[in-house]
Ligand binder design. Structure first.
Ligand code: SF4
Ligand code: SF4
Length: 364
């Protein structure tokens, strides 16, 4: 299997619906280039990602021509009795009768208790014995010590999906490097998510971008993807692609994959240091926080405006901020209920950060 995967969580949209024609073309070009791995989840795009998988992939290609990963997502069910019906529903939505990779979604110390309570560590291995799941793993968002404990207690887990990119590599919150090292210690394969950090590393500010441009290599995104792929235990790097252009850029970089050499590695670490100095919010735009917000605040969109202004110096962020405030609730409408902070896998202090966003844009 070629080690580059299509994350179906940020698909192109048209009037609130998935742009099926564009996604079909993306799927066709991805498969034609020899890549086979697709990753979805029931909650992505409010259920529309799984349906796009069915419409653009599984109904158009033979089952053995692709590899499909899906997730058991806490928050989509409450009891043990609901796990199997949820799984059946996912198979139906995706139009398949098995998943190649099935993950316990967004594992953390807190969710570990929940997944044990609902019997996930017995039910998914059972599905595996029945041939309806080929590989059992988890996506993970917590500290390396939590990962070490879970992998010690749950040896049936075969792989771990980690947030892994050069900006988070030594980040004290995300601990990408430490988590990777724990996986190596336990002999687990690693799937990488957020190699381009929700697109942030694809559009670097001029000063940071100049460091990579001086090398005369590919796009900024391609350095980020190549960084992640250069690690031995990584079996797939997922990129949540939103346009055909992004897909072509990534496919070109990954078709002729070369790990970063020493000079390039030093350069991406220099970029990371430059970006960290600008005080951006490390939000990955996963949107786990938004559906439960009683004020319906588009939290990641406001964080993205803040980052565009702080880290990437983009003047368009002012316009975007004004548009967002006009079309719905703004950061100042937060009632500090804290739901978003419980949901956030990055453990962001969302309430405090929303106040910082309000301040940043107050006088503009
Ligand atoms: S704390 Fe604010 S932003 Fe977070 S869920 Fe509550 S109202 Fe929404
Ligand atoms: S604030 Fe947290 S939960 Fe919300 S989109 Fe950002 S990273 Fe995800």
């Amino acid at each position: 299997m070629k080690r580059f995967g299509f994350g179906m969580m940020r698909l192109p949209m048209l009037n609130g619906e998935v742009d099926t024609a564009q996604v079909c073309q993306m799927v066709d070009e991805f498969l034609a280039a020899g890549f086979t791995y697709f990753d979805t989840a029931h909650g992505y795009l409010d259920g529309k990602s799984e349906l796009a998988v069915r419409d653009c992939l599984t109904s158009r290609y033979p089952r053995e021509s692709y590899v499909l990963a899906n997730k058991l997502s806490a928050g989509m069910f409450k009891t043990r009795e609901e796990v199997l019906p949820f799984f059946e529903e996912q198979l139906k939505c995706c139009g398949v009768d098995y998943f190649d990779y099935y993950l316990l979604h967004a594992m953390s110390a807190e969710r570990y208790d929940f997944y044990r309570e609902v019997g996930a560590f017995e039910l998914v291995p059972q599905l595996k014995r029945e041939g309806r799941v080929r590989h059992f793993g988890m996506s993970f968002h917590d500290k390396a010590e939590v990962l070490d404990r879970i992998l010690s207690e749950q040896p049936e887990l075969e792989f771990v999906q980690l947030q892994f990119n050069y900006l988070d590599y030594d980040d004290p919150v995300v601990e990408s490097r430490k988590c990777y090292e724990v996986c190596v210690k336990h002999g687990k394969r690693v799937a990488v998510m957020e190699p381009v950090k929700g697109g942030a590393l694809a559009e670097l500010p001029a000063d940071a971008g100049a460091i990579l441009d001086a090398l005369g290599g590919g796009s900024h995104a391609s350095y980020a993807v190549r960084f992640a792929e250069g690690f031995e235990n990584v079996y797939v790097v997922l990129s949540g692609m939103s346009t055909l252009g992004q897909l072509r850029d990534n496919v070109a970089a990954m078709s002729d994959f070369k790990p970063l050499d020493e000079r390039e590695l030093a350069a991406v670490m220099q970029v990371a240091a430059a970006l960290r100095g600008k005080g951006a919010i490390p939000c990955t735009a996963c949107r786990y926080c938004t559906s439960g917000c009683p004020q319906k605040i588009n939290i990641p969109a406001f964080f993205s405006c803040f980052n565009a202004r702080r880290m990437f110096g983009k003047p368009q962020s002012l316009e975007r901020y004004a548009e967002l405030c006009k079309s719905g609730a703004g950061p100042a409408d937060c009632i500090a209920c804290g739901q978003c902070e419980d949901a956030c896998p990055q453990h962001l202090k969302v309430r405090e950060l929303l106040r910082a966003v309000t301040e940043e844009f107050r006088n503009v």
